[in-house]
Design a protein around this ligand. Structure first.
Ligand code: IMP
Length: 194
C-alpha cells in the first residue's frame, strides 16, 4: 500500500508540483482531503518556523505524518526583507501589486539589487522532523516585466538569465525555482524511504 504524507496546503498548484516529482510512490493528500478546511496561521518569524508550524498542526490535530512549506523573497539591501513577510509586505489585505510597488520604492536609488527566493519544507515522518531548502539567487530589476507567474515574479531576474521569472514563464521557472529545488530535496530524501 502506498504511504500517505499530507501536504499542509490547499494550493492546488503546489500539490501538483509535488505529486509530479513524487510520482506514484507516495499518496499526497492536501488539507481539504483530510477534512481540514481552516487556514493554518503563519505566526513564525522565520520560514523554517512557519513550515514546521504547518507540519506539526497536521500531526497534532489530525494524527498524520506530512509536510508544510513557506517561501520568502530575501533582498540583500533590505537586510533580508520582505522574507517571511513577503505575502503581506505592503500590509495585511494588500495584493501582490502593492507588495511589488513597495519593494521597488524601498529599493529606489540602491545599487545593490541582489536577492534570493528561498523555500523551506518541513517534514514530520516516523516521529522525526526534517527541513529541506531550495534557493535561487538573482536581482530585483527597476520595473515590472512579463505577465506569467505571480507575486514578485515580474521584478525578479534569476542569475544567468536576462529575463524575469514572469517573462521566462512557468515551464522554465518550475524547473529552476526555489520551490522546485526544495521539492526535489524532499523527494530525494523520500526516494530512499517507504
Ligand atoms: P508562500 O509561502 O509560497 O505562500 O509564499 C509567500 C509569498 O512569497 C507569496 O505570497 C509571494 O508574495 C511570494 N512568493 C512565493 N513564491 C513566489 C514565486 O515563486 N514567485 C513570486 N513570488 C513568490
Amino acid at each position: 500500500m502506498k504511504r500517505r504524507l499530507v501536504f499542509a496546503t490547499n494550493n492546488a498548484h503546489k500539490q501538483e508540483e509535488v505529486r509530479a516529482v513524487v510520482k506514484d510512490k507516495f499518496e499526497i493528500p492536501g488539507l481539504k482531503d483530510i477534512g481540514c478546511l481552516e487556514d493554518i496561521a503563519e505566526p513564525g518569524e522565520t520560514l523554517e518556523e512557519n513550515a514546521l508550524i504547518k507540519a506539526r498542526y497536521v500531526k497534532e490535530k489530525y494524527g498524520f505524518d506530512g509536510f508544510g512549506d513557506d517561501t520568502g523573497l530575501e533582498v540583500e539591501a533590505l537586510d533580508g526583507a520582505p522574507g517571511v513577510y513577503s505575502a503581506r509586505y505592503a500590509g495585511a489585505g494588500h495584493d501582490s501589486k502593492a507588495n511589488v510597488e513597495k519593494l521597488l520604492a524601498d529599493l529606489q536609488g540602491k545599487t545593490n539589487r541582489k536577492a534570493c527566493f528561498r523555500s523551506v519544507i518541513a517534514l514530520i515522518m516516523d516521529g522525526k522532523e526534517y527541513l529541506f531548502e531550495g534557493k535561487i539567487n538573482g536581482v530585483i530589476i527597476t520595473e515590472e516585466k512579463g505577465s506569467a507567474g505571480f507575486g514578485y515574479d515580474p521584478v525578479f531576474m534569476p542569475d544567468g538569465y536576462s529575463e524575469t521569472f514572469a517573462e521566462l514563464g512557468n515551464d522554465i521557472k518550475n524547473r529552476i525555482s526555489h520551490r522546485a529545488l526544495a521539492v526535489k530535496a524532499l523527494c530525494d530524501f523520500l526516494e530512499n524511504r517507504q
